[in-house]
Design a protein around this ligand. Structure first.
Ligand code: SAM
Length: 261
C-alpha cells in the first residue's frame, strides 16, 4: 500500500509540476549528444525515463531502480506510451558495485542521489559509467512541497515539515548537499547550477489536491510520536478535507546541477 502511494505521488509530482519538468528536460535536450544513450538512476515511477525518451529523438533509456514494483509500473507506462522499445529496466542496488550499463552519454538522477549511502562512491561510479564529455544531471528537492501557504493551516504544515526534515536527517538521507562541489570533487567539469522556485497559485486542478492529500498524508504518517497530538489530529483533519478545497497552492524549490565528464 505504501508503495502504491509512493508511485502515485511520484506520478502526481510530474503531472502537477509539468512546467518545471518541461523546462528541465528542454535544457538537458539542448546539452545532450544526438541520439543519446541515457541512464536514469533511481528511476522510480518513470517520470524522467519517459520524458527523456519522448523528448530526446533517437534516445535509448536504461531505467535503474532497486524496487521491482517501481520498475514494473515504469515498464507498463513505457509500453502504454509506445516507448517500450526505447526503455529497458535494470533492477540494481546502486549502493553496491554498479552493473555494466553499457556506453552512456547522459546520466539523469532526479531525487535519487540523496538516497545513496555513499554519495562520493555513487558519483565515482557515475564518472566511470559515462563516456568522455558525457552529461551528469542531478535534480534535488531544496524544499518539499507546501500546499497551505496563506491559509489558516499554514503553521501546522510548517511544523510538520520542520519535524520531517529532522526525521530525514536522522535517517541519514543526504538532503541539501552541495552536489556541485561533490561533482567537481569527483572529476566532473563545467558544473552549472539552476534554481527553480515553483509557486502554483489557486485555484489548481484536482490533481494538485490529490498530490497534497498523498504528500501530507505520508508526512502525517511519518510523524507519529514526533509532533504534539493536537498537531497530529489537526493534520489528519486537514488531509481528510483537502479534496474539496479551492485555496491550495503548491510551493517547492528544486535545484538542478548539470556537469560534464
Ligand atoms: C524519490 S524517488 C525518485 C524517483 C524518480 N527519479 C523521480 O524523480 O520521480 C527515489 C527512487 O530511488 C530509488 N532508490 C533508492 N535507493 C536506491 C538504491 N540504493 N539503488 C537503486 N535505486 C534506489 C527508490 O526505489 C525510488 O524509486
Amino acid at each position: 500500500m505504501a508503495h502504491d502511494h509512493m508511485i502515485e505521488m511520484l506520478d502526481l509530482d510530474a503531472q502537477v509540476l509539468h512546467e518545471y519538468f518541461r523546462d528541465l528536460i528542454g535544457w538537458v535536450g539542448r546539452e545532450a549528444a544526438d541520439r543519446p544513450r541515457v541512464v536514469d538512476l533511481g528511476a522510480g515511477s518513470g517520470t524522467g525515463s519517459l520524458a527523456l525518451a519522448r523528448e530526446l529523438p533517437g534516445s535509448a533509456v536504461t531505467a535503474v531502480d532497486v524496487s521491482p514494483e517501481m520498475l514494473a509500473h515504469l515498464r507498463s507506462r513505457a509500453d502504454a506510451a509506445g516507448l517500450g522499445d526505447r526503455i529497458r529496466t535494470v533492477e540494481a542496488d546502486l549502493d553496491q558495485p554498479w552493473p555494466d550499463l553499457g556506453p552512456t552519454d547522459v546520466i539523469w538522477a532526479a531525487s535519487s542521489m540523496h538516497h545513496m549511502a555513499d554519495p562520493a562512491k555513487a558519483l565515482a561510479s557515475a564518472f566511470g559509467a559515462l563516456r568522455p564529455d558525457g552529461l551528469l544531471v542531478i535534480a534535488e528537492l531544496e524544499s518539499f512541497p507546501r500546499f497551505l501557504a496563506g491559509t489558516p493551516d499554514e503553521d501546522v504544515e510548517l511544523r510538520g515539515h520542520a519535524e520531517s526534515a529532522k526525521r530525514r536527517h536522522e535517517a541519514g538521507l543526504h538532503m541539501h548537499e552541495n552536489w556541485g562541489d561533490r561533482m567537481n570533487h569527483a572529476g566532473f567539469t563545467s558544473v552549472t547550477e539552476r534554481h527553480f522556485d515553483i509557486n502554483l497559485r489557486p485555484p489548481l486542478p484536482a490533481a494538485a489536491a490529490r498530490y497534497a492529500e498523498i504528500s501530507l498524508g505520508r508526512m502525517r504518517h511519518g510523524l507519529e510520536g514526533r509532533l504534539p497530538v493536537a498537531d497530529l489530529a489537526a493534520l489528519e483533519k486537514i488531509v481528510a478535507g483537502l479534496a474539496g478545497r479551492d485555496d491550495l497552492s503548491v510551493r517547492t524549490k528544486r535545484t538542478v546541477w548539470l556537469a560534464r565528464r
